[in-house]
Design a protein around this ligand. Structure first.
Ligand code: HPA
Length: 273
């Protein structure tokens, strides 16, 4: 079990190297880590150096924090994240969010690559997450509750901040890109879904499906962090198009939408207060 002491130790380690207080946290998903390269005066800290941090193993995930300035704002960006399917406990998956809270982060932008379930979507679309469905069969808050971290029964009625969603829509308008909005369904993976599972997810109200984000957002809301979620629709989900799904396709599409993704998130960060 992760204790407040573990969180404080990791935070203290970071604060020895990073002299400012970051205001905005960013979790950069598969193929989306390039955003961290835009950060000015970067201080990079490999996860493997931080006490208590697991090591990231998936292709397209660099496995480091990048602290610095983006659009004049102090940010902490996670280039790579920890997935439940890698075998990490939910405690480990959400540990970085706890540490971000400890170093002062109050707002978090969570990004991911996701499969498009809504048939109106196309690969390459960006989607503002309006809400999520936790389909992972577990919850990162199961176990004794540490009241110092958050309440026993956190409210999830506005998991994805209305205010930040509005700000993101305005940012999209400002740079003239069209964005989708929808519900993200978090599955454990590592398999992609079957076509029947995708039909089920659509019936249940899902617009996009992925293997991350949900545990991090639950931990963030528990910690009182305001959250914005952005999915890059990297492929249409199983059974929609007559073709198999591959991780290469996911990375290829995120590569193609990189420019839009970068200017979208940068405009959001710029306009955040
Ligand atoms: N399903 C689950 N996770 C994903 C997908 C998908 O189709 N695409 C990218 N991550």
């Amino acid at each position: 079990m992760i204790t407040t002491n573990d969180i404080k130790q990791a935070a203290a380690f970071i604060q020895k190297k990073v002299t400012f207080t970051p205001e905005i946290g960013l979790i950069l998903g598969s193929g989306l880590g390039v955003l961290a390269e835009e950060i000015e005066n970067p201080v990079r800290i490999s996860y493997s150096k931080i006490p208590g941090f697991p090591v990231s193993t998936v292709e397209g995930h660099a496995g480091q924090f990048v602290f610095g300035t983006l659009q004049g704002k102090k940010v902490a960006a996670m280039q790579g994240r920890f997935h439940f399917y890698e075998g990490y406990s939910m405690d480990k998956v959400t540990f970085p969010v706890r540490v971000m809270k400890e170093i002062g982060i109050e707002r978090l932008i969570v990004t991911n690559a996701a499969g498009g379930v809504n048939t109106e979507f196309e690969a390459g679309d960006l989607m503002i997450i309006t809400d999520h469905i936790n389909n992972m069969g577990t919850n990162p808050l199961i176990g004794p509750n540490d009241n110092e971290l958050g309440v026993r029964f956190p409210d999830m009625s506005e998991a994805y901040s209305k205010r930040l969603r509005q700000l993101a829509k305005e940012a999209a308008g400002e740079i003239n890109i069209s964005v989708q909005e929808g519900v993200y369904v978090g599955n454990t993976g590592p398999v992609y879904e079957t076509p029947a599972e995708i039909r089920m997810i659509r019936t249940l109200g899902g617009d996009a499906v992925g293997m991350s984000t949900v545990p991090e957002v639950i931990a963030a809301r528990h910690a009182g962090i305001e959250v914005l979620g952005i999915s890059c629709i990297s492929n249409m989900a199983a059974g929609i198009l007559d073709q198999p799904l591959t991780h290469d396709e996911v990375i290829e599409t995120t590569e193609k939408v990189k420019a839009n993704f970068l200017s979208f998130v940068k405009t959001i960060v710029n306009n955040m207060n």
